[in-house]
Design a protein around this ligand. Structure first.
Ligand code: PLP
Length: 412
């Protein structure tokens, strides 16, 4: 166990008994001797050691104290404490990006010969990382249909070490039953990891539903204002201290203290942003559903969504900030031309592949986030050329409707 991590919990100013809204603004390390009210930004790579003996004891893990920021930093610790508190998770470990959190997950839990089951509608880079990069090291992966529990069950082998789910998915917002996947993982003696990027802890807390590990991209709604890259894993203290911390110590996918500070402050407003953006997204999804040039709208908050009842039960009654819609078209070439025309005529909403932002962002998944997948992988994931993903922000919905109405006329 690294000495820096023993320090977590010591001096945390927010006991776990407080409500989520309170933890979101208070969970952090105690203030310094100066009594700053806003958590301090410790922009330092190293720490002066009181003596050679103390340095030796800290590096050996026998004494608490920070040594070097690849191993631990007080601002990063505050972010880890606040995120863990909001996820009702025992511990968290921060990483430089969401993808490096998934890299840490795989490096920590998997070895050559192990097998992973995950949905074929996972985030595009996740499919590349696990399905291609880790295949080089002898890890095999079965990709199954997100919502078909029988496929997950049937894919499990004696070598299966990890089930990895993302719900709702990007970009089609398919929802899977976390508690049911936890049962399958437990029966298989495998870990269940859930990418909670789309829902955030405001909508769902996967560890309370039986997940072992939560994966986060802090870049998305946790920051929520499009400023920095960040990531994290939430898990038991044993996994964080004894499995993930030793890997990060050697591999170095560490979160910068500056980025940790930005996301720490982002967490303070996550609740009000997620609720407001979910309300905006629902109103906007209803409006899109009535547009004659749109074939289908994908949003968990709509009654027409394939897993609407499950989503409302699992996600605190909220649909989240992201939706997608498919344009009516004659064929793939026509669909792509129409989707590009709509995107190119948006004035208020921007073409940008980030999501969870306060500004509304639109993207063409088939040529961006999912552009590196093969045509067959895209078809399997249901991502057509006429699909547009929208991350709904905090603007007035009427302004979004005005903007999309004029852009949609160019899809004629
Ligand atoms: C963006 C995203 C990631 C990767 O996060 P980065 O911070 O961009 O590395 C992982 N999973 C999901 C669902 C995402 O949307």
């Amino acid at each position: 166990m690294s000495s820096e991590r023993k320090q977590e919990g010591a001096g945390n100013t927010a006991p776990a008994k407080w409500h989520e809204e309170t933890l979101a603004v208070h969970a952090a390390l105690a203030p310094s001797q100066y009594g700053e009210n806003s958590e301090a930004l410790y922009l330092t790579s190293g720490y002066e050691q009181p003596s050679a003996e103390a340095a030796a004891a800290r590096f050996a893990g026998e004494e608490d104290g920070y040594t070097y920021s690849r191993l631990g930093n007080p601002t990063v610790t505050s972010f880890e404490q606040r995120l863990a508190a909001m996820e009702l998770a025992p511990a968290a470990i921060a990483t430089s990006t969401g993808m490096s959190a998934i890299l840490l997950l795989c490096m920590g839990l998997l070895k050559s010969g192990d097998h992973v089951v995950c949905s074929h509608s996972m985030f595009g880079s996740t499919i590349k990382l696990i399905g291609s990069e880790f295949a080089k090291f002898g890890v095999t992966t079965s990709f199954v249909a997100q919502t078909n529990l029988d496929e997950w069950r049937a894919a499990v082998t004696p070598q299966t070490k990890l089930l990895f789910a993302e719900t709702p998915t990007n970009p089609l917002t398919d929802v899977c039953d976390i508690a049911a996947l936890a049962d399958i993982a437990r029966a298989a003696g495998a870990w269940l990891a859930v990418d909670n990027c789309f829902a955030s802890p405001i909508l769902q807390k996967p560890m309370t539903l039986g997940a072992d590990i939560i994966v986060h991209s802090g870049t998305k709604s946790l920051d929520g204002q499009g400023r920095v890259m960040a990531g994290a894993l939430c898990a038991s203290a044993d996994l964080v201290n004894n499995v993930f911390a030793p890997v990060i110590r050697s591999a170095g996918m560490t979160l910068s203290p500056f980025n940790a500070w930005v996301v720490l402050k982002g967490l303070e407003t996550l609740g009000i942003r997620m609720r407001a953006q979910s309300a905006n997204a629902l109103a906007f999804a209803r409006w899109l559903s009535a547009q004659p040039r749109i074939a289908k709208v994908f949003y968990p908050g709509l009654e027409s969504h394939g897993q609407h009842a499950l989503a409302m039960r699992q996600q605190s009654g909220l649909g989240g900030s992201v939706l997608s819609f498919e344009l009516k078209a004659d064929n793939a070439t026509d669909a792509k031309a129409k989707a590009f025309a709509v995107l190119n005529h948006l004035n208020l909403a921007k073409i940008c592949t980030n999501l969870g932002d306060t500004k509304t962002l639109a993207a063409h998944p088939a040529t961006t986030s999912h552009g590196r997948l093969t045509e067959a992988q895209r078809a399997q994931a249901g991502i057509g050329q006429g699909l547009i993903r929208v991350s709904v922000g905090l603007e007035h919905v009427g302004d979004l409707e005005t903007d999309f109405l004029q852009a949609l006329t160019h899809a004629a």
